[in-house]
Each structure stands twice: as structure tokens, then as C-alpha cells.
Design a protein around this ligand. Structure first.
Ligand SMILES: [Zn+2]
Length: 287
């Protein structure tokens, strides 16, 4: 199928209490792993890239590879840019076929943040592209999740309502205790906060930093209105391990098809597990 605007299936997922798993990819093999894994689960999927990956691979390469991959299968696929601070990069992504964008202007003062998001929504919507925004700050890789830091960066429910109304966003990423990268302890999500946000904000909510969150907390977040779950680190780790294993068994291995093939198989298995965790198996037949 051709790439689609993800709102086509995120809205339905929200109605059904399902979350769409969204996977960060980096190269050909990770794109293939996500597309093949999602097709085997018969579930729509979002492929996403950070600006760092765009710098590494180039927007035209990613756009062309994901377009080619989506044409091989019958499930709806969306291509999304994750945490993009630059308006120009967002426009370039759209130019190369992205169907969804995340504008991350949380570093700006609140009113300027709103203006920036509004501008992106106006441009993207006029060409049928979805927009995700974020309110609150989700911690980074090196941050310790101490209580003070957590509280300071959490999404404030009343502000989320105001932000969504003023910007016209399609989806909202919430900061409720997840962090990007690997967790040092077990994360403890603030479900009470999520429930308050859900009461005030009708649009689909997004959980970032879902790698390493225990399955029961993912399930609980689905029950409280999370409709998109971002997975990045949990694909990177099995990928690296699979490659390490190949070289451990054969230090002289030099065929990229062998070690990258092993990486692709390992990533695909996690993709399938995450889709199952999000209740996504066979969701494509319900669209
Ligand atoms: Zn994120």
C-alpha cells in the first residue's frame, strides 16, 4: 500500500483500546524488520526516524526505502519524524513523503511553543500530514529519575487542554514518568495524571520512552487512553546483541548480509512482541 496519514488508523485504535506501536528505524534492515514484523501480525504500523537518523541516512534515502517497503505489503504504514525542532526539516520530510511529523518546541516559552506548533499544524494539515506535539519534558538517556525531576517535567493536565485547543494538534505526547533510553530503575508511571489528562483531552495520546516499561504498565496505559507507543531502545539492544553474537561465533565474519541479516531477524521478533503487547494483532482487518 502507499504510505498513509496515521490518523486513519490511530483514531480507530483509540476507539478499540489498542495502541499503535511506532518504531524508530535507522537503516534498510530495521525498516524491513518493522514492515515484515507488522505484516506478519497484520497490524498497521508507524515507522519513525529522529533528526539524528535523518542526518545519518539522509531524508531522501529514508523516504524512498520506506515507500518501497510499504508497497511490498497490504497493511497501512505511516512514516513519521520524531522530536523535530526544525520547521525546515519538517518541510523537507513532507517533501520526501513523510505522512506524519512531531514538532518538538517544548524548549521555547509556552506562548512561542504554541505559535510554532500552530504554524506546523497549518502547513502539514494543508497537505494531509498528521502532527504530534508534546507537553511536559520527557527525560533523557542520562537523567536519573529522581522525584523532583520527574514532577518538574510532567505534563500538567489543565495546560494540556489549553495546548491542544490552541494548537489544533492531531496527537499529544504526554510526560507521565517515562524516559528516553535505558532505565536505571523500574519506571513508575503516573496513571492518575494520565487519567486527568484523558478527562480533559479527547485526542489520541502518545507514550514516549516505552522501551523498558514493564508490560503490565504498558497495558494499564492502554486502558487509560494511550493510543501510540514509541519503541526505540528496545530495538537497538537486540540488534547490537545479534551482531555481537555473530562475531563472537565467527570473529572472521565479513559478510554484511550475515550479520545484518541476524540483526534484522532479532529486531523483527521484538516488533512482533510489541505489536502483540499493544493488542494490535490482526487490527488491519478491523479497519
Ligand atoms: Zn520521544
Amino acid at each position: 500500500m502507499a504510505l498513509v496519514n496515521p490518523m486513519y488508523f490511530i483514531k480507530k485504535a483509540q476507539e478499540c483500546g489498542i495502541a499503535i506501536a511506532s518504531f524508530n528505524v535507522h537503516n534498510l534492515e530495521t525498516i524491513q524488520a518493522v514492515v515484515e514484523g507488522a505484516a506478519e501480525e497484520n497490524c498497521p504500523v508507524i515507522i519513525q526516524t529522529t533528526p539524528g537518523t535523518l542526518k545519518h541516512a539522509g531524508i531522501p534515502y529514508i523516504g524512498a526505502m520506506v515507500k518501497a517497503a510499504s508497497e511490498q505489503v497490504d497493511i497501512p504504514i505511516a512514516l513519521h519524524v520524531d522530536h523535530c525542532k526544525s520547521f525546515e526539516t519538517i518541510m523537507q520530510c513532507i517533501r520526501y513523503g513523510y505522512t506524519s511529523v512531531m514538532i518538538d518546541s517544548a524548549h521555547l516559552p509556552y506562548e512561542e511553543n504554541i505559535e510554532m506548533v500552530k504554524k506546523v499544524v497549518e502547513c502539514a494539515r494543508s497537505v494531509g500530514v498528521a502532527v504530534e506535539g508534546e507537553l511536559g519534558r520527557i527525560g533523557g538517556v542520562e537523567e536519573d529519575l529522581t522525584v523532583d525531576e520527574k514532577t518538574a517535567s510532567f505534563t500538567v493536565p489543565s495546560q494540556a487542554k489549553d495546548f491542544v485547543e490552541k494548537t489544533g494538534l492531531d496527537t499529544l505526547a504526554v510526560a507521565i514518568g517515562t524516559a528516553h533510553g535505558e532505565y536505571k530503575g523500574v519506571p513508575d508511571l503516573d496513571f492518575e495524571r494520565l487519567e486527568k489528562i484523558r478527562e480533559l483531552v479527547a485526542l489520541p495520546l502518545v507514550l514516549h520512552g516505552a522501551s523498558g516499561v514493564p508490560d503490565h504498565q504498558i497495558k494499564a496505559s492502554l486502558e487509560r487512553g494511550i493510543s501510540k507507543i514509541n519503541i526505540a531502545t528496545e530495538l537497538k539492544i537486540p540488534m547490537a546483541r545479534a551482531i555481537q553474537e555473530v562475531f563472537k561465533n565467527n570473529p572472521k565474519e565479513n559478510d554484511p548480509r550475515n550479520y545484518m541479516g541476524a540483526a534484522r531477524s532479532a529486531v523483527k521478533e521484538v516488533v512482533r512482541q510489541k505489536i502483540r503487547l499493544c493488542n494490535g494483532t490482526d487490527f488491519a482487518s478491523r479497519l
